[in-house]
Design a protein around this ligand. Structure first.
Ligand SMILES: *Cc1c(COP(=O)(O)O)cnc(C)c1O
Length: 352
């Protein structure tokens, strides 16, 4: 039976990407060698790195003010790297606390400088995006988690501030258009919306670097990775290659404008059924806060939880279980999720 992969991460990739990725393991670029066994400085991989970066630049319409790097350590390493590279001990950064990942970013940033939590939705188990909170002047940056993978909320209106935004976009990168002029740093672990686990993309406005007084170890210094084009040391070669294939696929879909439309249609299909069907309830009350990537919901009757999970499984719906801190269900419908698979889930809900 074909499985419909609703996993929150590592997550679904386009079927054509998986085929090409498998081919490259056997024979890459006509070399008679696997991509797993070639040098990261070989011409074949140098081409891959260049194309991956150029696709990122094209899709997000980045100018030369920004550096683009592919490093390891996951989004979790960026929690401290962003603060370490940007924030002096006597400076302050603002943080929006919208869930587990934001909370972790706040904890790590406090090791390096002043952290001001601008607003938090912790009071309601992070089921909304705070709005209308004041943002003081003079912050070095404002950190946001654009999409809260666990809770199913997403920022639709970016904070109004003169400070550059530093954004964890691990779970909605390349899912919609972005006003790049607002962003100082965007980072994303690849394994939700752009590739397999093992690589993190970081986009950095270069003028923000070199402003901290502390000494930075080379591996933790963004400037080193930018200068060396992500090859200061051995980068995650294969994950980068699969990211390139995924970005080619995104471009072929029509880029971010088209991706955004498709994602809106998929999310609408599912949220409409949750609203219509009295057996289900969305865990995010305000529609404006609902994520287009991770749709969180529960059954109205607790007793229906297990039977619905069974019914979904029987239809080939995989990984629908909600995160332990929320319970219920979470349907992750990232870029690569076809609308046909969302329809399968909706049909199970209709028939339940
Ligand atoms: C998954 C996730 C992370 C953690 O990513 P790692 O690569 O495991 O460190 C951080 N932020 C968000 C928004 C995520 O979805």
């Amino acid at each position: 039976m074909k499985m419909h992969n609703f996993s929150a991460g590592p997550a679904i990739l386009p079927a054509t990407v998986l085929e090409q990725a498998a081919d490259a393991v056997r024979d890459f670029d006509g070399l008679g060698l696997s991509i797993l066994e070639i040098s990261h400085r070989s011409p074949s991989f140098t081409k891959v790195l260049a194309e991956t970066e150029s696709l990122v630049r094209e899709l997000l319409d980045l100018n030369d003010d920004y550096g683009v790097i592919f490093i390891s350590g996951g989004a979790s390493a960026e929690f401290f790297l962003t603060a370490m590279n940007l924030l002096n001990e006597d400076e302050r950064a603002g943080y929006l606390d919208t869930g587990t990942w934001s909370t972790k970013a706040i904890k790590e940033a406090k090791l390096f400088g002043g952290v001001e939590v601008l607003a938090s939705s912790k009071d309601k188990n992070f089921n909304y995006i705070p709005k209308g909170y004041p943002i003081p002047q003079g912050l070095k940056y404002v950190h946001v988690t654009s999409n809260n993978t666990i809770y199913g909320t997403q920022i639709k209106d970016w904070p109004e501030t003169d400070a550059p935004l530093v954004a964890d976009m691990s779970s909605d990168i390349f899912s919609r258009r972005l006003p790049m002029e607002k962003f100082g740093i965007i980072y994303a672990g690849a394994q939700k919306n752009m590739g397999p686990a093992g690589v993190t993309m970081v986009i950095i406005r270069k003028d923000l670097l070199g402003t901290v007084k502390r000494a930075l170890p080379s591996m933790l210094d963004y400037r080193v990775h930018i200068e060396k084009g992500s090859t200061f040391n051995t980068p995650p070669v294969y994950p980068i290659y699969v990211c390139m294939l995924t970005l080619r696929w995104v471009k072929a879909q029509g880029g971010l404008e088209a991706m955004e439309k498709i994602n809106e249609a998929k999310a609408k299909l599912l949220y409409d059924e949750i609203e219509r069907n009295p057996k289900f309830k969305c865990t995010i009350p305000d529609p404006i806060d609902r994520s287009l990537m991770n749709v969180t919901f529960v059954t109205t009757e607790e007793a229906d939880t297990a039977p619905f999970m069974e019914a979904a499984k029987a239809a080939g719906v995989d990984a629908l279980k909600g995160h332990r801190s929320v319970g219920g269900f979470r349907a992750s419908i990232y870029n690569a999720m076809p609308i046909e698979s969302v329809q399968v889930l909706v049909d199970v809900m209709k028939g339940f």
